[in-house]
Design a protein around this ligand. Structure first.
Ligand code: CP
Ligand code: NVA
Length: 301
């Protein structure tokens, strides 16, 4: 594995390897035998806000023995129009790896290619692979062998998080993914066609139908970063797709309720349901650290 740009570009074995190593990272935190980032400095290039991703990568890089620079895109010449290729060619001669959060997915691909550095996608408009890899880890940790089970995603079904879920379903081929979203927030037909025959995916406009018998209910914000201009319309369109007690009652008894955070109570999830599932949801956030350490150590070689 040279980069981690998308779940689309991973195969099943690579996913399982990341999850297994994530388990080792979690079990041995604070007493790792190996420090694969020793004498290496990674750069974190962020053009969007972040709490979980930023903290987990900064801590993770340090725990693996490395140094880290946090670089906000606005503070770089990038923010004044220097091309991403030139930025990449410069830092490729100085750093040992890069973690990037930005808008266009093509910018992350361009950066990886032009810098020659191991590059990790920390969220683009198209994918959030580290989030979903950590979520797969959390489900396995909490449910054990979950092959054949159903993950139900509710809300904006066309943003980065559900897209990475779709690729996880396609690449693993061992769970069912149901997406409940209004028609215009469903994944495109072109994307669904690209997933291939291994993906057990169903899209519906009916949240109650989607939640029925689900093993996991999952949601994300209704207004992703970069979509703020359309916030009012999204609130209107997505009302009725929030996770509340009635929806949870339709899922399997003991179903996990997950949220990648940040959460907007009263919108995509009620305060009551979030608090009732806080152990799961904050374990989900913590697991970003362990799984990303696995990714970093695999990329460090
Ligand atoms: N879930 C997630 O990626 O959170 P941040 O935006 O805080 O990094
Ligand atoms: N879909 C959200 C995820 C935040 C972690 C966004 O892009 O803002």
């Amino acid at each position: 594995m040279r980069n981690l740009l998308s779940i689309e570009s991973l195969n099943r074995d690579e996913i399982l390897r990341i999850l297994a190593l994530g388990g080792e990272m979690k079990a041995t935190r604070g007493r790792h035998a190996a420090h694969p980032l020793r004498h290496r400095c990674w750069g974190m290039f962020f053009a969007k806000s972040s709490t979980r991703t930023r903290v987990s990568f900064e801590v993770g890089i340090r725990e693996l023995g490395g140094d880290v620079l946090f670089l906000s895109a606005n503070d770089l010449q990038l923010g004044r129009g220097e091309p991403i290729e030139d930025t990449a060619r410069v830092v490729g001669r100085m750093l040992h790896g890069a973690v990037i959060r930005t808008f266009a997915h093509s910018d992350v691909e361009t950066f990886a290619q032009a810098s020659g550095l191991p590059t990790i996608n920390a969220l683009t408009d198209a994918e959030h692979p580290c989030q979903i890899l950590a979520d797969l880890f959390t489900i396995q940790e909490l449910l054990g062998d979950w092959r054949g089970k159903t993950v139900c995603y509710l809300g904006d079904g066309a943003c980065n998080v559900p897209i990475s879920w779709l690729w996880a379903a396609a690449r693993r081929g061992d769970f069912r993914l149901v997406i409940a979203a209004p028609k215009k927030y469903q994944p495109s037909a072109e994307l669904l066609a690209r997933l291939g025959p291994g993906a057990d995916v169903h899209c519906t406009e009916d949240p109650a139908e989607a939640a029925a018998g689900a093993d996991v209910l999952y949601t994300d914000v209704w207004v992703s970063m970069g979509m703020e201009a359309d916030a009012a319309g999204r609130m209107e369109d997505l009302r009725g797709y929030g996770i509340d007690a009635a929806l949870v009652a339709r899922a399997k008894p003991g179903a996990l309720v997950m949220h990648c955070l940040p959460a907007y109570r009263g919108k995509e999830i009620t305060a009551e349901i979030l608090e009732a599932n806080a152990d799961t949801i904050f374990t989900q956030a913590e697991n970003r650290l362990h799984v990303q350490k696995a990714i970093l150590s695999l990329l460090a070689g």
